[in-house]
Design a protein around this ligand. Structure first.
Ligand code: 5GP
Length: 354
């Protein structure tokens, strides 16, 4: 047994110190980033915020809405080949949509069918997604996927430490997805005791990733996945070195989100559930298998309306962070950041009156 005595940090453990700024208006802040990916060689420009590949957030409707803002939607992996064909017929924004798969043989067979049907040109991103990227089988699947799709930009994860980040990148991923146990619909920490505070995971993995480059095209990149509760958490992830941010909770509860709309006592709610929850396993696999435990929760969230309003608010908050730290571009966030360790992040005294 060993104890790591370094304190690891969540978004809620820090605030960002303000810095002198020459900005005269928030509207001058550039939230777009341009990356050249180290394996696919593709260039991409957009706002590096991604709707998670969950039933309730990674929907076709979300993709249509977020593409207008140059944001990516990772489609959940349960759409059929027919549904995907119909969707891609009138969605021509391959830079803002990702196809998701796991490491089962069925997942790879379905991807091959999708490619054989000629749909591969309609999405530039692939998400190879497992809860635990520390499995040897996962690392082998990254290599297999890279060989199968040399021109697609591969996002793979999830991990939380530097050595696996490096390995995933060297085996063929362009972007490593970081986060274990931090998701709002996730009960992994409660069930298994395993996890890593999200901000420290992002800081450590991005430091490792940014030190890796293969063909002189670009460096390894990191996508922070899970644990963003408030708009400020997006800023904190970028300040900590994340190149992309994936969120489920941010994109839950809207018209464009999946899940049922439920009326209770005259108020509207929308379903949000983890992809390892009993609800998801029942929906897709007919129940929780005997050797498994559910590691996700299912909740009803107050219905939030149209996602476009939320996107405006999110962009506004990032622009405001930029003016406080003197960053002209999202790209400068991490360079302009000094984090303060705090005992209290927020003044919650009036929250109960909201
Ligand atoms: P959020 O943004 O809601 O905090 O977290 C979203 C992330 O939680 C997803 O992108 C995914 O990585 C993770 N996640 C989604 N469903 C589950 C689940 O059922 N169990 C666990 N452990 N993680 C989940």
């Amino acid at each position: 047994m060993r104890i790591d005595n370094d304190v690891k940090l969540d978004f809620s453990d820090v605030l960002i110190r303000p810095k002198r700024s020459t900005l005269t208006s928030r509207k001058h802040v550039d939230l777009e980033r341009t990356f050249t990916f180290m394996h696919s060689g593709r260039s991409w420009t957009g706002i590096p915020i991604v709707a998670a590949n969950m039933d309730t957030t990674g929907t076709f409707e979300m993709a249509r809405a977020l593409a207008k803002h140059k944001m990516i939607t990772a489609l959940h992996k349960h759409y059929s080949l027919e549904e995907l064909s119909t969707f891609f017929k009138d969605f021509s924004n391959p830079d803002y949509v990702a196809y998701s798969l796991g490491i089962r043989d069925e997942d790879f067979e379905k991807l091959k069918a999708v490619l054989d049907a000629g749909l591969g040109e309609y999405f530039n991103f692939l998400v190879l997604d497992v809860p635990n990227a520390y499995l040897e089988r996962f690392i082998l699947k990254v290599k297999e996927l890279r060989a199968l799709c040399p021109k697609h930009t591969i996002i793979a994860g999830n991990c939380v430490t530097n050595e696996i980040t490096e390995e995933i990148l060297l085996r063929g991923a362009d972007i490593v997805k970081v986060g274990i146990g931090s998701g709002s619909a996730c009960t992994t920490r409660r069930m298994t005791g395993v996890g890593y505070p999200q901000l420290s995971a992002v800081i450590e993995c991005s430091d490792a990733a940014h030190g890796i480059s293969d063909h002189g095209t670009g460096v390894g990149l990191v996508m922070s996945d899970g644990g963003a509760v408030y708009p400020c958490d997006a800023a904190k992830a970028f300040c900590g070195g994340a190149d992309f941010l994936m969120s489920g909770q941010f994109f839950s509860g809207f018209d464009q989100s999946g899940g049922d709309l439920v009326e209770i006592g005259g108020e509207s709610f929308k379903q949000y559930y983890g992809m390892s929850s009993s609800a998801a396993m029942k929906e897709h696999y007919g129940g929780v298998a005997k050797h498994r435990a559910s590691e996700g929760r299912e909740v009803l969230l107050p219905y939030k309306g149209n996602v476009h309003d939320f996107v405006d608010e999110l962009f506004g908050s990032l622009r405001s962070t930029a003016t406080y730290i003197g960053a002209l571009k999202l790209k400068e966030f991490s360079k302009r950041t000094t984090f303060l360790l705090v005992n209290n992040q927020l003044n919650r005294s009036l929250e109960k009156y909201e």
